[in-house]
Design a protein around this ligand. Structure first.
Ligand code: ZN
Length: 80
């Protein structure tokens, strides 16, 4: 979940968080604002092992790199 709803005392805000590295791109009062910033910031949703993750651009590059160099062992190693 890349946009987390948080409470701090009586304040409520939304945090834009990378699901992989935990990097926070910002805090927003408004959910819609967070969604727009998510697009601006270049977050993208990746399906990894059947789970959707929202990743920052750094982690996206890392994912693409991993995909490009994955071997059969990488693909099936996690199943056993
Ligand atoms: Zn990241």
């Amino acid at each position: 979940m890349a946009i987390e709803r948080r409470y701090e005392g009586r304040f409520r805000y939304y945090a834009l968080v990378c699901d992989h590295c935990g990097d926070e791109a910002g805090h927003f009062d408004d959910f819609q604002e967070a969604v727009e910033e998510k697009r601006r910031y270049g977050f993208k949703s990746f399906n990894t092992d059947g789970e959707w993750q929202d990743l920052c651009s750094d982690c996206q590059n890392m994912m693409e790199y991993k995909k490009g160099t994955a071997t059969a062992l990488d693909d099936f190693g996690g199943i056993v």
